[in-house]
Design a protein around this ligand. Structure first.
Ligand SMILES: C[S@@+](CC[C@H](N)C(=O)[O-])C[C@H]1O[C@@H](n2cnc3c(N)ncnc32)[C@H](O)[C@@H]1O
Length: 243
């Protein structure tokens, strides 16, 4: 890594060390946390937020389909769709943080079928039910994640797909077939991320699996920038809404 990149990362690392403010509305807290690091967000998160391209590759969205990304931030996932984006009727990116949405604007402008919406993911509703809804490292940042999940399910057409990629920690006694993380891992990663308003929990993956028994669940670990030898657990989930 060049000294220039290191200097640019230092702004992100400083914000992460300061953490997300504890006071104010969700929108105010997100803006205070992300605005100073927004221009470096994509370069840094490219090395931290694993599995996003894989999730998008695995979402089998029909040609002419409609997609909603909840908590889409800077819109880097728009680029991950590649040429597949042009086959979509509409891609709606919803986020509550103006500083990150400002980074998404130039991306959205390059495509006629992308719209950006500043809204809370627990309340946003598209005009018509959609083919696919996904969260990419957003569910852990939504305070009322159960409301966000319930809202996502309501947006889907029967047979529509819900995709999630995110950090998590396992339960102390996971369900049969689920991965178990060591006690120190469960303790360490929860505290590490909570400082930045990212709430890791075993309940996310359990609730997803309960809501959509027809699903794929992949539990993985990925490298952490600036923490050599450490790997953080994340999962990919793709479920289909029953018809
Ligand atoms: C870690 S970022 C992930 C951004 C993007 N999906 C990605 O993969 O790079 C989490 C995003 O969730 C958004 N977010 C958190 N709570 C939200 C809420 N209640 N409503 C809308 N967006 C929210 C944040 O503003 C932020 O953009």
């Amino acid at each position: 890594m060049s000294p220039r990149d290191l200097l640019a990362d230092s702004r992100v690392l400083w914000q992460m060390l300061r953490g997300q403010p504890r006071v104010g509305s969700a929108a105010e807290r997100l803006q205070a946390f992300y605005a100073p690091q927004a221009s470096r967000y994509d370069a840094f998160r490219e090395r931290l937020l694993h599995g996003r391209s894989e999730l998008i590759e695995r979402l089998a969205i029909p040609a002419g389909g409609t997609v909603v990304e909840l908590g889409g931030g800077t819109g880097s996932n728009i680029d991950r769709f590649g040429t597949g984006l042009e086959r979509l009727q509409r891609y709606t990116l919803v986020d509550l943080c103006p500083a990150l949405l400002a980074q998404a604007h130039p991306r959205a402008k390059r495509h006629g079928n992308v719209e950006l919406v500043e809204a809370d993911v627990t309340r946003f509703r598209p005009q018509e039910p959609v083919d696919c809804v996904f969260f990419s490292y957003a569910l852990t940042m939504v305070e009322d994640w159960r409301a966000a999940l319930a809202n996502a399910l309501l947006m889907l057409k029967p047979g529509g797909m819900l995709g999630v990629v995110d950090f998590y920690v396992s339960a102390a006694r996971p369900r049969p077939g689920f991965v178990r993380h060591a006690a120190w891992e469960r303790w360490f990663w929860r505290r590490w991320f909570a400082h930045d308003g990212v709430m890791l929990a075993p309940q996310h993956l359990e609730a997803l699996t309960d809501a959509m028994p027809e699903s794929i669940r992949l539990e993985r670990e990925g490298a952490m920038p600036y923490l050599p030898g450490m790997s953080v657990p994340y999962y990919l989930f793709i479920g289909r809404k029953s018809c």
